[in-house]
Ligand binder design. Sequence first.
Ligand code: NI
Length: 219
Amino acid sequence: MMLLVAALLTPAETRVLREAAGELAFGDGRATAGQHARTVKANDQAQPSPDLDAIMTKVETALAASPLFRSAARPRAMTRLILSRYRAGQTYGLHVDDALMGGLRTDLSFTLFLSDPATYDGGALVIEDTFEARAIKPAAGDLILYPATTLHRVDPLTRGERLAIVGWVQSLIRDPGQREILFDLDQAVDACFARDGKSDQFDRLAKTRANLLRMWAEV
Ligand code: NI
């Protein structure tokens, strides 16, 4: 399942983070690429610093506060986030993300866009499945969540600067089909409660969701 979490950050929050990101020191992005991915990766990434930590803490707080993100990803743990920068001529060619990072299994990848799409050309995130390639270039403050199992790339930038934060989730629910069932149940439970309150139907649905979670969760 691919999901857009629109406005994870407000425009004001996004601007503050983008300006803070602009003050950071950047190094070669190949430092965090796998053996083969590094041959097609040409971007920059922010060097570790207390200012970078402050940015990442704000993003982690926003992720933890997003019901949509939590419902779709059901995070058990997340990797350290990476703040990446592309300038004209930079790109990240077709690759698959490493399956294991820092002791975690990467089930889901996400990209949080910090730059206004009108300020740069190129730079779309292109995700391939067996049927088609989908190019995504959303508003600043939006997050794309997608299966880490996919081949994907970042189109070459031809103008401006593209700042984004990327990270990976190990989900409590390893199987994407099971994760989608629980995501749909979340919507149904919420809609049922909003319509009729704590009805018999709500109790049955909530019980089903809880018991599927017990059946499937890896804790
Ligand atoms: Ni990637």
